[in-house]
Design a binder for this molecule. Sequence first.
Ligand code: EPZ
Length: 420
Amino acid sequence: MDSFLIKGSVPLHGEVAISGAKNAVLPIMAAALLTAEPCVIRRVPNLSDVKFMGQILTWLGAQVRFEGDSVRIQARKIKGAGDYDLIRKMRGSICVMGPLLGRLKKAAVSLPGGCVIGARPINLHLKGFAALGAKVVIENGYVHASAKRLVGAAMFLGGRAGPTVLGTANVMMAATLAEGVTVIESAACEPEVVDLASFLNAMGAQISGAGSPTVTITGVKELHGAEHEVIPDRIEAATYAIAAAATNGEVTLRGARADHLRAVLDKLKDAGVGIERSSAGITVRRNGRLKPVDITTLPYSGFPTDVQAQMMALMTLTPGISIITERIFESRFMHVSELTRLGADIEIEGPSAIVKGGKPLSGAPVMASDLRASAALVIAGLAARGTTQVNRVYHIDRGYENIDGKLRQLGARIERIEES
Ligand code: EPZ
C-alpha cells in the first residue's frame, strides 16, 4: 500500500486546478443507466471511486469508455442486479439502485454496509422507493426492489441527521420514469444534487426545485442521451484552501465556485484567513495570526461534514480553543488520534472535539483511515516540523485527483512511496 512522505513547514504558493466533483459524478454516471442512448460526461476526475463506478456500470451491461477527462456511457441493455462484491466495496454505488428501478422496474444490489464514519443506513432510500410503489425485500445481504408500475407520490425523506444526499439522488432518478408527479420533502440541497438534476433534465426529465428542500419530479415515458460538464469539487477546493492557510501560504483555487463554499469561506474568514474572489477562482492567503473558530457540521448550506477533519487540522495550529461538533455522522473523529500523534491537543466530548491549538506539530508516521481524515493528516504533515509519513493513501486516491502532484506544483515537499 502506498504512502506519502511529507517534509513539512513549506508554505504553499501558486495555483491549483480544481477537478470535477466526485460526489456529483458518481450519481451522474449512474443516471446514464436510465437511457439506452449514449451519454457523455465531462470534467470527470481521475479517481479510484470513479473507475470503480465504471466497473459497476460495465458489470451491469453498459458500455463505458473513459477518454481524457470525459467518460462516454451507453446502457443499451442492462442487468437488474449488481455484483455483490463490487457494490459492497464502494458505498457510493448504492446510487445505481434508483436508475435500475426506474428503467427496469427491478433492482437488486448488495447492502452497502457501514464504514469507519458510521453505520450508513439506507432506510430513507428504501422508504422513497416504497413510496413510489416498489416492493422492497432484504435477503442474503442483498436489497431487492421491484414494481409492476412506479407511481409518483409525495414523500418526506428527512432522517435523524436531516436529509440524505444519495437518498435524494436515488429517489429522484427512479421518479423520472414513474407515472405522475413525485414531491420529495426534506430533499438534500447539496450542489451535487442540483448538478444531477440538471443532467437528468438534459436527458428529458422534468425536475424542479432541486437545491431546495422540496423537489418535484414529473414522470416521463423515457429519457434520451445527453452531455454534461460536472461542477467543480467544493470539498477538494476547501481542502486546498485550508492547506494554504495551514502552511502560511497563498494559493489560487482555479475553477472553484465560491457560491458552493459559503460556509467554509465564512469560517476561514473568521479564522483570520484572507479570501479573494476573481474570475480565475478563489485566492486564499494566511493573513497573520490564525484565530480559533467553533464549527458544527450541518446539511447544506451549513458547514460540510466532509471538511470537518481538514478544519480540525487547521485549528490544531491555531492558538486558543476551538470546538468542532459533528452532527451528520456518528463516528467521524478517526483523525483525532492520528493528529494527536503529531502533537495536537484534542479531547473528544460526545459529538464534539475540543481543540487546544497553537503548539507547533512535529512530524511522525500516521495512518489514514477514511478519505477526509487522510486529507487532514496530509494538511497537518504539510504544516508540521520535520517529516510525516501518511500510510494507506489509497483512501486519499478515492477522492483526490493527483493530490501529491498538485501539492508538489504548489511547492510542497511530498513524495509517494509505492509499496510493491
Ligand atoms: C454523501 O453520502 C457523500 N457521499 C458523503 O461524502 C457526505 O459526507 C454525505 O453525503 C453527507 O453530505 C457521496 O455523495 C458519494 P447521507 P450519503 O445519506 O449520501 C443518515 C466523502 O467524504 N442516513 O446524506 O451516503 C446517515 O447515516 C463522503 O466524499 C439515514 O439515516 O450521506 C447520515 O447520518 C463521505 N438513512 C446522514 O443521514 C438513510 O437512508 C447523512 O447521510 C441515509 C442516510
